[in-house]
Design a binder for this molecule. Structure first.
Ligand code: ATP
Ligand code: MG
Length: 449
């Protein structure tokens, strides 16, 4: 095979053998957030570059090094979204969502683009599930948002994730902190990496986020932001912790968490795993009371988080966690001849309307080849349809797992199949230990399909 080109470095295909797992994780996240009133919002993949420069922050790695920015044919500078928050806030403002019930609780599934060195858990195209709660300064909202991420992980059965929280204060208390940090790092200037030297002048807090071993070692001795919080910020941070305790959510306070993005204020948090190597942060979030104003709206306290879907999937695979099974073909109709094929099309069409996955030969293969294909698909039932069956009006429905065959009148085939399929599902439930005291006749009569 001479493929004309391969996929772009740092991108991933999700194949049919995996896609149902991702869908399950995404659905779970949407539902759990939905239980707290978060509704899905969909935003474009690209925005004007300025949105991210302002909304993510000029001094961040994301903006300085990682953005996919290009000029379109109209010479406008466009950027593929590196994260979801800035776009969601832009949409919230542009569409006047602040006129609706406040706080606005929004959640999203987005692909994100960052020019980073690809490695396990670090891609150039990756996906996030995120949410934003706009219009509340209350610590109860901080705890609610954190609890949603926590609930998603526990529902999925993920273990060993540490919730680390910190408060990075407000612009007021941060002024003094920045000064203290600047003085500290200034005294160790010779040892800092090139990027951190720049950060020293522009935003010394970024140095705490540096991944170079030397810088992070120096950062360990830096003044702690929690020692510089003003009374309001301290009270807020304590209240958040009070709520988390009340909700029995375990956490540790980690003063070195500052988050990579500029717009965070007060509460910041991460869910970190030691199980997936260096890329251990599965979820990052926090409060960003200054962002909405930065993007051109009225002062609006808000907060949110984003979960990296690929990192979460990596962790779940590593921990061997269960996923629902992939959908299976419920019925494969093996056909012989044109008449049978027409009849199969009719049956398939009727059962598909009932929500059943039915397939029949659309290639023109031999009976043997069709049976082989049905086996490959893992079809639960098969039925053979040829001239003699059409003539006699009787077919044999075969349960592929048990090998058991049942004679069924063609005129009653759809009903008989639904019945057999339902009884198979109930057996499955019983095997799982579920007491399924369900009368199939009653179910069929209620027309629940
Ligand atoms: P990191 O410190 O690992 O670079 P970050 O602080 O840049 O993460 P955020 O901007 O907070 O990450 O994004 C939220 C989440 O998105 C991260 O916790 C992570 O799970 C995921 N994520 C971020 N960058 C990538 C990437 N390049 N590839 C895969 N997932 C990513
Ligand atoms: Mg990053």
């Amino acid at each position: 095979m001479a493929l004309i080109t391969k996929s772009i470095k740092g991108t991933q295909d999700v194949l049919p053998s995996e896609s149902h797992k991702v869908r399950f994780v995404e659905q779970t996240a949407l539902e759990i957030a939905g239980n707290c009133g978060f509704r899905e919002i969909r935003i474009p993949v690209f925005e004007h570059t300025e949105l991210f420069q302002r909304g993510v922050g000029d001094t961040t790695d994301v903006v300085q090094k990682e953005m996919y920015t290009f000029l379109d044919k109209g010479e406008r500078s466009i950027t593929l979204r590196p994260e979801g928050t800035a776009g969601v806030v832009r949409s919230y403002l542009e569409n006047g969502l602040y006129n609706e019930a406040m706080p606005q609780k929004l959640c999203y599934l987005v692909s994100c683009y960052r020019y980073e060195k690809p490695q396990a858990g670090r891609l150039r195209e990756f996906h996030q599930f995120g949410l934003e709660c706009l219009g509340t300064a209350s610590p109860a909202a901080d705890a609610e948002v954190i609890s949603i991420a926590n609930d998603i992980f526990s529902f999925l059965g993920v273990s060993g994730l540490q919730l680390e929280i910190n408060s990075i204060g407000c612009p007021e208390c941060r002024k003094e902190y920045h000064k203290a940090l600047h003085d500290y790092f200034e005294s160790r200037k010779e040892e800092l990496c090139h990027t951190c030297l720049e950060r020293l002048e522009r935003n010394p807090m970024r140095i705490l986020d540096c991944k170079s071993p030397v810088c992070s070692e120096i950062a360990k001795g830096a003044p702690k932001v929690t020692d510089f919080l003003c009374d309001d910020c301290r009270a807020h941070f304590e209240a958040v912790q009070g709520y988390l305790k009340a909700m029995e959510i375990e956490f540790t306070v980690n003063p070195s968490i500052v988050r990579g993005l500029d717009y965070y204020t007060r509460t910041v948090f991460e869910f970190v795993s030691t199980g997936i190597g260096a890329q251990g942060t599965v979820c990052g979030g926090g409060r960003y009371d200054g962002l909405v104003e930065e993007i051109g709206g009225a002062h609006t306290p808000a907060l949110g988080f984003a979960i990296g879907i690929e990192r979460l999937m990596l962790l779940m695979e590593k921990q061997g966690l269960p996923f629902p099974e992939r959908e299976k073909c419920a019925l494969y109709i093996v056909t012989m001849g044109e008449k049978a094929s027409l009849e199969a099309a009719k049956i398939a069409s009727a059962l598909r309307k009932e929500g059943v996955e039915v397939q029949f030969d659309v290639v023109g293969r031999s009976v043997k080849a069709q049976m082989k294909y049905a086996n490959k698909l893992g079809a639960q039932f098969t039925v053979v349809l040829g001239d003699s069956e059409l003539e006699s009006g009787v077919v044999r429905l075969k349960n592929m797992e048990s090998g058991e065959e049942t004679e069924v009148a063609l005129s009653d085939f759809e009903n008989a199949f639904l019945r057999a399929s339902l009884s198979e599902s109930l057996k499955g439930l019983e095997e799982l230990g579920v007491d399924a005291d369900i009368d199939i006749d009653e179910l069929m009569n209620k027309n629940l399909f």
